[in-house]
Design a protein around this ligand. Structure first.
Ligand code: UTP
Length: 290
């Protein structure tokens, strides 16, 4: 079955980016001039996704507004003949069919995904983590969808992380099938001892799930950090019938931590058509005094 639906969990508290996230969702933090979540929606659309469910909670109304029309702003831009900006603003609301649901309690990523059950029905669906922006010519989500269509198994977007950092991530038991495609048969969230580490491959930001994940999620008890972990449910799926890992191409920015936000801003500002050159010059001058 073709993957046309995507879920973007965006209901986390963003405690690592406080105080910026006290009232503003971290998913709305901009990379130069686009909110992270817009870049994520654009990646999904480029990957063939037509319907997107964004999981929100209290205080995330800004996300809904961003994908809506804004008549007074549009009138203002139109009366000043700012036609290209007007088009850009209007086009955001036409990217895809975007739906919203609230996760009423912040019980973890696994719990957030279980809120998507009636939206996805019996179809496979993509999950794009709302604070992970992946930039590249070949959309990461599309690379995973291609693998799903090839094998019909759930797919994890994976990358290697530094050995000393693996305790902050998931760790996967993987075996290479061909090129950048792996079979994954086990995983653990935030391994606490070296014995628990299965490899330095981790799930980073994207996956394709099959609808059987929902029955498993219903049985999952709170895990690492007291949260209902999506990794714990995916482990069951991996153990029962195997999942795939795709070591995707693309640069991932973690907008859930301060360093990630700064890396995204600096690197993308250098490539920005409007300010790229002047920012490069500024950065060169600034670095002379570092
Ligand atoms: P994170 O664990 O990175 O988000 O979840 P967080 O809980 O906001 O992080 P900190 O530790 O407090 O800074 C990854 C994605 O899952 C969403 C988040 O919004 C983020 O996009 N999420 C997380 C939910 O939708 N619901 C949850 O209960 C937890």
């Amino acid at each position: 079955m073709k993957v046309t639906k995507a879920v973007i969990p965006a209901a986390g508290l963003g405690t690592r980016v406080l105080p910026a996230t006290k009232a503003m969702p971290k998913e709305m933090l901009p990379i130069v001039d686009k909110p992270a979540i817009q870049l994520i929606v654009e990646e999904a659309v480029k990957s063939g996704i037509t319907d997107i469910l964004i999981i929100t909670n209290r205080g995330k109304g800004l996300i809904e507004d961003h994908f809506d029309r804004v008549p007074e702003l549009e009138f203002n831009l139109s009366s000043k003949n700012k036609d290209s900006m007007l088009k850009e603003v209007v086009d955001i609301s036409k990217l895809a069919n975007i739906y919203f649901i609230r996760q009423k309690e912040t019980k973890g990523l696994g719990h957030a995904i279980s809120c998507a059950r009636s939206f996805t029905g019996n179809e496979p669906f993509a999950v794009l983590y709302g604070d992970d922006v992946i930039v590249g010519d070949n959309p990461a989500c599309g690379q995973l969808i291609k693998a799903y269509h090839e094998y019909g198994l759930g797919v994890l977007g994976i990358k290697k992380v530094k050995e000393e950092d693996i305790h902050k991530y998931s760790s996967l038991k993987v075996e290479n099938l061909h090129d950048n495609i792996f079979k994954c048969t086990d995983m653990i969230e935030k391994p606490q001892t070296p014995e628990e580490v299965l490899s330095i491959y981790s799930i980073l930001g994207r996956c394709i799930l099959t609808p059987d994940i929902f029955d498993i999620l219903d049985t999952i008890k709170p895990g690492a950090g007291g949260e209902i972990q999506l990794t714990d449910a995916m482990r069951e799926l991996a153990r029962q019938k195997g999942m795939l890992g795709v070591e995707y191409e693309g640069t991932r920015y973690d907008m859930g931590n301060k360093l990630g936000i700064m890396q995204a801003s600096v690197e993308q500002a250098l490539k920005h058509p409007e300010i790229g050159e002047s920012f490069r010059q500024y950065l060169k001058d600034f670095c002379k005094n570092l």
